[in-house]
Design a protein around this ligand. Structure first.
Ligand code: PMT
Length: 417
């Protein structure tokens, strides 16, 4: 499943100092090969020139309701008909008021009113304005209309104050846009995913670990969220940022991961164990740094708890359990053995010897094995692999009818949850 490539995005910019960030967002969209058409309010043009947006988007910028250019007659209807989604960022108090009351006073508000496409709104303003009940009511109203609000964040504002009202970051907005183009077939499902390595300490500075970067598990978390799931990501030490809209629990050892997983498991509809949990840990932890006085060092290790096997033993009815297997040979037979031994519904077998698969890299090549058979996937990005895993999960999920209203926490809009 592609990202934003080829998507036609109508980008509305209203008059806030944060308009300069919108210019950067247009660049990001174009970099992803989205087709961007910009509409600016008169106030927006006072902050950033329309020339900037025309140059960055590669398309003419629309400013005026009453353009006599024949190609643009009825622009308010045509612009939205030709687009896949509309993004309004920054959305000022003024623009929000127009959107909430249906006041078609300028081109941006008029196009939004005439649109039959999903609309993403990113408010940005001074924190006192944002806190005003009128603005809060307008935000609630546009949520009720079905607009996807990506809320502002706290920090230092251009006016010199510190507080809420800063335009959200591109990553959160991108996630909301991407979710518009995914199926919401995990809506209302509680999904627990593990990622990354564990670290088993030897002394205050050393540990046993492995090469897992967390990329596969984080890709699973991002894509599940986009598909509507309520996601808890339990990760060992990795250098990746928390995916927007995902509850993240950071742990270090296998024991800590086990406690976190067992704490979340009873409520989970699906558990996916993509973490590379250390199989062994040192029996003794040295409180002081081990000295290199002797020629060699003998380490006594003991087995760690097998979290996945334990989950397989205790799983409640209707819970779906997905394991991973990192294999260098006999991939399918090893995968099948683990599927049965650990009482799983699905296992994802990585080839860890291929140059572009398994640990650390951006791509993966896996075999999906369930009780009925197996599918060999081609080399794909980790996000595309994650989508294929969710496609398989969806076909295996027990048919529980879940309506988005019943599970507001499964709503894919952070702003409207
Ligand atoms: O993080 P990346 O750099 O993106 O790399 C991704 C990955 C290669 C780490 C990932 O795709 C992967 O294969 N994860 C599982 C690695 C692994 O530990 O495989 P295993 O065959 O040793 O374990 C089988 C299953 O049991 C796994 O689901 C594992 O999470 C689980 N397990 C293992 C040991 C243990 N003590 N507890 C467990 O729960």
């Amino acid at each position: 499943m592609a990202g934003l490539q080829g998507k036609k995005i109508l980008f509305g910019v209203s008059g806030s100092i944060a308009a300069y960030k919108a210019a950067e967002w247009v660049r990001e969209l174009v970099r992803e090969e989205a087709v961007v058409t910009v509409i600016m309010t008169a106030a927006a043009e006072r902050f950033v020139s329309s020339l900037t947006f025309a140059a960055l988007s590669g398309n003419p910028v629309h400013l005026d309701m009453f353009d006599t250019d024949s190609e643009r007659i009825m622009a308010h209807i045509n612009l939205s008909r030709e687009a896949d989604a509309m993004l309004i960022a920054p959305a000022t108090a003024q623009t929000l008021a127009r959107l909430a009351s249906g006041i078609a006073e300028d081109l941006l508000a008029t196009v939004a009113l005439a649109a039959r496409i999903p609309i993403v709104v990113c408010p940005a303003m001074n924190s006192a304005m944002l806190a005003h009940p009128a603005v809060q009511e307008n935000i609630s109203r546009v949520c009720r209309f079905g607009y996807h609000v990506v809320h502002s964040t706290s920090g230092s504002l251009a006016c010199g104050e510190i507080g809420d009202g800063r335009l959200t970051d591109w990553e959160s907005t991108r996630e909301t846009l991407l979710a518009l183009f995914q199926p919401d077939d995990l809506c209302g499902r509680q999904v627990v995913i593990t990622a990354g390595p564990t670290r088993e300490p030897l002394d205050p500075v050393r540990f046993l670990s492995n090469r897992s970067s967390g990329k596969m598990g984080f890709a699973l978390a991002r894509t599940a969220r986009r598909r509507g799931a309520q996601v808890t990501l339990i990760t060992g030490p990795v250098s990746l940022a928390n995916p927007p809209g995902v509850d993240v629990i950071r742990v270090s050892t296998a024991e800590e991961m086990a406690q976190a997983v067992f704490g979340c498991a009873p409520r989970a509809d699906v558990i996916v164990k993509s973490a590379a949990v250390a199989d062994f840990k040192p029996i003794a932890f040295s409180e002081h740094k081990l000295k290199k006085k002797t020629q060699g060092l003998q380490l006594d290790l003991e087995k760690n708890i097998d979290i996945l096997a334990e989950l397989g033993r205790k799983r409640p009815p209707r819970q779906l359990l997905v394991g991973f297997a990192a294999e260098s040979r006999e991939h399918a037979s090893e995968g099948r053995r683990k599927l049965v031994e650990k009482n799983l519904d699905l296992i994802v077998v990585n080839d860890i010897l291929g140059p572009q698969t398994g640990f650390e890299v951006e791509t993966n090549q896996v075999i999906l094995i369930d009780r009925k058979g197996h599918v060999e996937l081609p080399l794909l990005s980790k996000e595309a692999t994650a989508h294929r895993i969710w496609d398989a999960v969806v076909t295996l999920l027990p048919a529980v009818s879940v309506s988005p209203q019943e599970y507001s926490s499964g709503n894919r809009d952070p702003g409207c949850a």
